[in-house]
Design a protein around this ligand. Structure first.
Ligand SMILES: C[C@](O)(CO)[C@H](O)COP(=O)(O)OP(=O)(O)OC[C@H]1O[C@@H](n2ccc(N)nc2=O)[C@H](O)[C@@H]1O
Ligand SMILES: Nc1ncnc2c1ncn2[C@@H]1O[C@H](COP(=O)(O)OP(=O)(O)OP(=O)(O)O)[C@@H](O)[C@H]1O
Length: 285
């Protein structure tokens, strides 16, 4: 009989507070230095255990075939490791824009790894889950670990930075879908930023090396940056499209949001150093 209880777990957004590209590797991937922080805002996934090996997912994402959905790919990786009957019904409440630089797909994948590891009682370690997650995307390991981090390598070498301030952010989402691969393969991309240490990154922040190329390819993003910069210092997250500004209070962030043109899509959310997924799954008893 199918278990009727649903386990509901957030799949939060991330911001790249800075993103430096320090080199290109022989496999075409790029070495980065980035500061990841989570937002208390994102998708929510609901999981229900099945007694067979089936996976179901509703609703489907337009343009993403079932087996390509990062949620299903994450579940398949666990099924391969399980060595027993494991199935699940999964519901997705999608809030995060796709191709927004907020890591929505990666976060959905990480939440699936974390939740099904619990639901199916697989007892894979955080290291094993992060290694599996990395095969799905460079951003998955930080969501699996669940701690704000300074990241190096392709984003998988993580050092937790619990001392990061947790401001409120105004996130503006230009309605364009940025293709991450296209940005990283662009000839104009800055790829030779000198590495810095964590202390310097925390003290000085840094820029987003993708921003220049992205604003040339997607003028809507450049326009949004120019506009938000007039109200408050703004930066792009990941390879865009979203941009953000930080504030000391929710009220200040909302005040600036209210000054944006009505057609702008934006939201206000708190920066958090512990992933909301971890807060739900690993609540102290
Ligand atoms: C830009 C960031 O969002 C910063 O957090 C991530 O590095 C991107 O992570 P992601 O979306 O999980 O990206 P992936 O799905 O792993 O990679 C998409 C494509 O971007 C390029 N890519 C990605 C990450 C990286 N460090 N170097 C790259 O060159 C590769 O061409 C890759 O095929
Ligand atoms: N569950 C999912 N949610 C979102 N996108 C998915 C999912 N599964 C597969 N994808 C694919 O992944 C692509 C990237 O989506 P995602 O939301 O992670 O972009 P992003 O926010 O730009 O990520 P990043 O910051 O990691 O570059 C989508 O265009 C879509 O084709």
């Amino acid at each position: 009989m199918t278990d009727t209880r649903w386990l509901s777990v957030p799949a939060p957004a991330k911001l790249n507070l800075m993103l430096h590209i320090t080199g290109r590797r022989p496999d075409g991937y790029h070495n980065l230095q980035t500061l990841f922080q989570f937002l208390d805002y994102g998708d929510t996934l609901h999981f229900r255990r099945r007694d067979d090996n089936e996976l179901t997912l509703v609703p489907a994402i337009d343009g993403v075939p079932f087996e390509d959905n990062l949620i299903i790919r994450a579940a398949r990786l666990l099924q391969q490791r399980a060595g027993k009957t494991c199935g699940a019904d999964i519901r997705l409440d999608k809030t995060l824009p796709m191709g927004g630089g907020l890591g929505g797909g990666s976060s959905d994948a990480a939440t699936t790894l974390l939740a099904l590891n619990e639901l199916w009682q697989l007892q894979l370690s955080p290291d094993e889950l992060a290694t599996l997650g990395l095969t799905l995307g460079a951003d998955v390991p930080v969501f699996v670990r669940g701690a704000a981090a300074f990241a190096e390598g392709v984003g998988e070498q993580l050092t937790a930075v619990p001392e990061l301030p947790e401001p409120w952010y105004l996130v503006v989402c230009p309605q364009v879908h940025v293709n991450t691969g296209k940005i990283f393969s662009h000839e104009g991309l800055t790829r030779d930023t000198a590495p810095i240490n964590i202390r310097t990154a925390l003290r000085q922040g840094g820029r987003n090396d993708c921003q220049q190329v992205v604003t040339v390819l997607y003028p809507e993003i450049g326009n949004a940056l120019n506009l938000l910069n007039k109200l408050s210092p703004a930066k792009m997250t990941g390879t865009g499209a979203c941009i953000f500004s930080s504030f000391g209070s929710e009220a200040e962030a909302i005040r600036v949001s209210d000054q944006l043109p009505a057609e702008y899509v934006a939201f206000v959310a708190k920066g958090v150093n512990q992933s909301p997924a971890h807060r739900v799954l690993f609540r102290p008893s």
